[in-house]
Ligand binder design. Structure first.
Ligand code: AQP
Length: 331
């Protein structure tokens, strides 16, 4: 049995990128006999400017959407990061294992720190250290696999480095995890700016498809997607990123291969119509189920409470073991 861990941060409404890059893999893992833990990583949402009430609202909405997407709380453990203290307890030990230099090299830190500075906001120290907290999220459960989108590859690499370093210095404590990515759509791009990732915290949302978008909104966004100059439909991520993104999305929705799908089109119009229809149909059951579940928030909170208790039971002995290994006196 493989232990799987992954998370989503409540920095915005969940997007098609989250769904195709991560959540769908989670639902697939949940069908297998593997032991899976999925987390709304709310502490990570505090690393940038945030509105407290919105983070709280989005945390419950993210959990509700994960259930709507098909996670079964009888089979997996679904919980909120801040409900399990072991994450922050372990994070400090890993900060004592990581170096300042390796954190400053993280691409997401450089991008987001740049954005915060450009907006005149200060850069929060937690933005620098957040990959260490993410490492703690993963290592506290001795997770073996971390299903994530392509953008998280560097952070999972850091997690592996920290696990190996800690184990070498203080004795075997952590399992060294590996990232897994979907075969297609591991990095869904913004429909208006196909050289940037579709991100849920983007301020301009015309190129971002949200899981809770109405079908008409999805269709409008896809039909207005930026395509490339050049004739014919070919799959070329470098030279034709807009079309390649649409083909990736279509392939992910229909189970096809983007290169083979390209051969079936002569113009962008039909491709966009097919992508819009495929996305609308993919998201329809998630949206409908979400509406049912959202009507009973207390039930969702109950799932999260039970999940946190199970998660605590797994993480506590691992983190206690790390405290002892690093040289702290037991209370
Ligand atoms: N565009 C994407 N394509 C494929 N996978 C994606 N993921 C996110 N965007 C895409 C994957 O979804 C999981 C949860 O993501 P997250 O909550 O950690 O980050 P986010 O959605 O990227 O959120 P933000 O706030 O918009 O963050 P930044 O600004 O960092 O991009 C992860 O497995 C992620 O890979």
């Amino acid at each position: 049995m493989t232990r799987i861990f992954s998370g989503v941060k409540p920095t915005g409404h969940l997007t098609l990128g989250n769904y195709l890059g991560a959540v769908r893999q989670w639902v697939a893992a949940d069908q297998k006999p593997d032991e899976a833990l999925f987390c709304v990583v709310d502490l990570h949402a505090l690393t940038v400017e945030h509105d407290p009430a919105r983070v709280r609202r989005l945390s419950r909405q993210a959990a509700t959407l994960l259930l709507a997407a098909g996670l079964d709380p009888e089979r997996c453990t679904l919980f909120v990061q801040s409900h399990v203290d072991e994450h922050t307890r372990l994070s400090y030990l890993l900060e004592c294992t990581a170096s300042d230099g390796e954190l400053r090299r993280m691409i997401q830190y450089r991008e987001k720190a740049g954005r915060a500075q450009a907006a005149g906001d200060g850069v929060r120290l937690s933005l620098l250290t957040y990959p260490v907290l993410m490492a703690a999220d993963i290592l506290a459960y001795r997770s073996e696999e971390v299903p994530v989108g392509e953008d998280q590859r560097q952070h999972v690499e850091l997690t592996r480095d920290l696990a190996v370093r800690f184990n070498q210095r203080y004795g075997p404590t952590f399992t060294v995890p590996k990232a897994t990515h979907p075969a297609v759509a591991a990095r869904v791009m913004d429909l208006q700016d196909p050289r940037s990732k579709m991100g849920k915290s983007h301020e301009v949302s015309a190129g971002v498809v949200y899981l809770l978008d109405e079908p008409a909104a999805v269709t409008k966004k896809v039909m207005r997607a930026v395509t490339d100059t050049g004739s014919g439909v070919v799959y070329d991520r470098e030279a034709r990123p807009g079309v390649a993104n649409l083909l990736d999305i279509l392939a992910a929705c229909t189970g096809g291969d983007p290169v083979e799908l390209a051969a079936g089109y002569t113009g962008y119009g039909q491709l966009k119509r097919d992508v819009a229809e495929a996305v609308v149909e993919l998201l329809r059951p998630v949206r409908e189920r979400h509406a049912e579940l959202a009507a009973d928030p207390a039930a969702v909170d109950g799932v999260l409470r039970a999940g946190a208790e199970r998660a605590r039971g797994i993480a506590r002995p691992v983190v206690d073991g790390a405290y002892e290994a690093i040289g702290l006196l037991a209370p």
